[in-house]
Design a protein around this ligand. Sequence first.
Ligand SMILES: [Zn+2]
Ligand SMILES: [Zn+2]
Length: 346
Amino acid sequence: MKIKTLSCVVKRAENVGIIEQDVQYDDGDQYQTLIRLSRGGICGSDLHYYQHGKVGNFAVKHPMILGHEVIGRIIKTNSPNLRINQKVAINPSKPCHSCKYCLSGEINQCETMRFFGSAMYNPHVDGGFTQYKVVDNTQCIPYPEDIDDEIMVFAEPLAVAIHAAKQGGDLKGKRVFISGVGPIGCLVVASVKALGAQDIICTDISQRCLNLALEMGATKVLHANDDFSEYAQHKGEFDVAFEASGHPSSIERCLEVTKAKGTIVQIGMGGNLPNFPLMTLIAKEINWKGSFRFVEEFNTAVNWLASNKVNPLPLLSATFSFKNFEDALKTAGNKNDISKVQIIFS
Ligand SMILES: [Zn+2]
Ligand SMILES: [Zn+2]
C-alpha cells in the first residue's frame, strides 16, 4: 500500500518547506503500524534546526522531516494489541534493542538510538511532522478516545520531565527548587508535585513563565533577580534542585541553595562553564546528575495525561495548520510571549 503524504522539512537554517513523498506500507513487514498523524508539538530542538540549521554538533546535511512530539490514529497494523482507528501517542525513540544499554533496560542510552527528527546520523532520522508515517508497533501507546489531542501531544515532553524528576530520587515530602521554568521546567513542576514533593520553589527571568509555574503547581516563585540568601543559609535549604535553563548563573544558584549531600538534576543544556564552582560541589558533596530523554516514562506520561493527573494546557500558546509550518516555527521562536506551539496535520 502506497500513500501520498506531505511532510514539514528543514533543509538548512531558516530554510523550511513542505515536500510530497510516498509512504509505503507492506502487510508482510514485521512489527509495523501505519499512522495518520493528527497533531505535533514544536520543541526546542526543532527550533534549533530551524534557527541555526543544527543542534549542538549535528548539522542538517539534507532535507529532514522535523518533529518528535506527535500523536495520531492507526490506519493499518499487524499488531494483535493495536486496532484500526485507535488513538495513539508515538514514542519517538527507536533503540537498537541489542547494545549493552538496551539489554540492561537503559534504552535512552542506546549506542545507536534512532530518535525522530534528529540529524545525529547521516542519513538523518526523519521526524513526525508529516501526514502519514510507518512506525514500529512498540512505538504506539494507545490512549482513550475521549482525551483531547491537544493534551496528549504533551506526552513526550512530560516523559522528559518525569524521567528528570525520577533522577531526584524519592521526592515525597521533599523541598524542591526548579531553576528555569520554560515548558520543560513547568512540566517538571507538575511531575515533582505528582510524585509527592512538598515545597516547590521556582525561579526564572520571565514573570510570564513564573506565573505558568504557579498554575502548574509551584508553591512559590522568585524572580531570578530576587534575594535568595535565605535559601543559601545552613549550606542550602533544598533536598533536590532541577536546573532547567542551562545558564551558568542558574547552575551556580542551584549549587548555592541545594543543601549538603543534596541532588542537582541537570536538564538545561548549556555551553561551557569557565567559572564552574567546583569547590562548592566538592565541599557540599552534591550529587550532580544528568537527565536525558526517557525510558518507560513515556507510558507513565500517557497515563498521567489520560487520567488528568497533570493538566498541561496552560502551556499551550498557539495552534497552526501544518501548511503554515514556517509561521508556527516563527511564533514558537518568540520565547517572550509563547510557550508551546502545536501543529495540526488532519
Ligand atoms: Zn521535545
Ligand atoms: Zn541499543
